[in-house]
Every structure is written in C-alpha cells, then in structure tokens.
Design a protein around this ligand. Structure first.
Ligand code: 6PG
Length: 234
C-alpha cells in the first residue's frame, strides 16, 4: 500500500471537497483536531450537500470539557457543525471530561453499539500530523502506539501541547478505515512529513505506522510541508 501524496497550494480545499463527497454519500466520518483542519471544516460546512445522513466521529480528544478552547469537539462545532445550514449530522463526540480511561471505554462502547463486534471500517478518518510525528493522540514512545486489541484508548500523558490527557483511536481502528487522509501544512511539519511518509515505518514516528489494510491512504500537503519529502514510502 503506497500513500497517494498530493502537494497542493490549497490542501484545505481538497480536504473540504473530500468531506463533502463523504457527506453526500451519508458516510461515517472521523474528524481530526488541532488547528490545521479548521478552514477545511469551514468550507465543508457551506458545501452544497445534505449532512443529514452523516455520522460524525472524532479520532481523538483532549480530556477537557466540551466548551473548553482546547477541545477538538469545540473547534469542529464552531468551524463545521454549527455552520451546517440544513439537516445536522449525527455526532458522537468523545467525552473528554470523563478522563482518559472512562472516556475511552465510553467511546469504544459507542462504536460497538453502532458497528457491533469486530473492528469497524469507518468510511473516512481524517488525521493531522504533529511536528513530533504523532497522529490522533498516538505519541512517539508511548504505549498506546503498540495497542493491538482496543479500538480506543486513554492517553494519560500527551507528548505535545496541550499537555492534558487524551482519548484516541488506536492503529487497528485507523488501519481498518476505507479511506485515511492526512491534512498537513506548514514548514514546521516538513521534517515530520519526511519521516512519516518518506521513510520506513518506525514507532518513533507513529504516523509512519498508518497503513490501511484494504483502504486507501492519501496525504494532502502544502509545498512548505512537503519541502523535505524526497521519495514516498511503499
Ligand atoms: C490533537 C490532534 C492532533 C493534531 C496534530 C496537529 O488533538 O492535537 O488531533 O493529532 O492533528 O497535533 O495539530 P495542528 O494542526 O494544530 O498542528
């Protein structure tokens, strides 16, 4: 499985189109947090599609209340969910306020309620990339990266700001998706991009371990983020 790497002047536009395409198909979409996807969400919100049949999940969350400025749910709510003019999607937010362990148990139970036993195959999982090579809240050198059974786990210690506990999808759940898409921009990510998509898979760069079993992997980059990327890992 080789990643489809696209270097674009406006990767957020491509991400917005992708979200709209999955919305039109009434799919299960997992959103990412951080700051990079905000403009993609704002644009997807005004795309001429019906979100009424969509189910929105989250790939990770910070263990803070849902109205906290550090909350991924709060960001997505302001940038996308509150701006959708017509029918709203079903939304499953991670209950960060429950703390990492109870929050992870709660979210795994909700995935099971919806998809039953086995590893669900979400239609789209959107991911960002940290300058340390983390994705979702799977941080370098942390045990959560090695998880092979659970779908969702608690992260007692974050590897990057904000230094609050997290809840995160695991690699088995990410790799079961039909489509995994990274949205990454800015020179501060160039080194992590080169390690994540240009080198061999390495637990020191959790994003480099993302390898959808039968789904596709697309990487949307701006030129600054792609600066150090020579070849693409196969
Ligand atoms: C989070 C995210 C995380 C994010 C990266 C990139 O909760 O922090 O889900 O995985 O995607 O840290 O964040 P930026 O887009 O803010 O650089």
């Amino acid at each position: 499985m080789t990643a489809d790497v696209r270097v674009l002047d406006d990767p957020a536009e491509a991400a917005a189109d992708l979200l709209a395409r999955h919305a039109a198909a009434r799919h299960h979409i997992a959103l990412t947090g951080g700051s990079t996807p905000r403009s993609a969400y704002e644009r997807a919100a005004v795309a001429d599609v019906d979100w009424g049949g969509v189910t929105v999940w989250f790939g990770d969350e910070r263990c803070v209340p849902p109205d906290d400025e550090r909350s991924n749910y709060a960001m997505a709510k302001a940038a996308l969910l509150d701006r959708i003019p017509a029918a709203a999607p079903a939304v499953h937010r991670m209950a960060g306020e429950l703390g990492p362990e109870r929050g992870a148990d709660d979210y795994e139970a909700r995935l099971r309620e919806t998809f039953g036993a086995g590893t669900p195959s979400l239609d789209l999982i959107l991911l960002g990339l940290g300058s340390d090579g983390h994705c979702a809240s799977l941080f370098p050198g942390r045990p959560e990266v090695e998880e092979t059974e659970r779908l969702v786990v608690g992260v007692p210690e974050a590897g990057l700001e904000p230094f609050v506990p997290r809840i995160t999808f695991t690699l088995p759940l990410i790799d079961a998706a039909r489509e995994v898409v990274f949205l990454v921009s800015g020179a501060s990510k160039a080194e992590a991009v080169a390690r994540a998509f240009g080198g061999a898979p390495d637990p020191a760069t959790p994003a480099s371990l993302v390898a959808p079993a039968s789904g596709s992997l697309t990487v949307l980059l701006d030129p600054a983020a792609a600066e150090l990327l020579e070849g693409v890992r196969s």
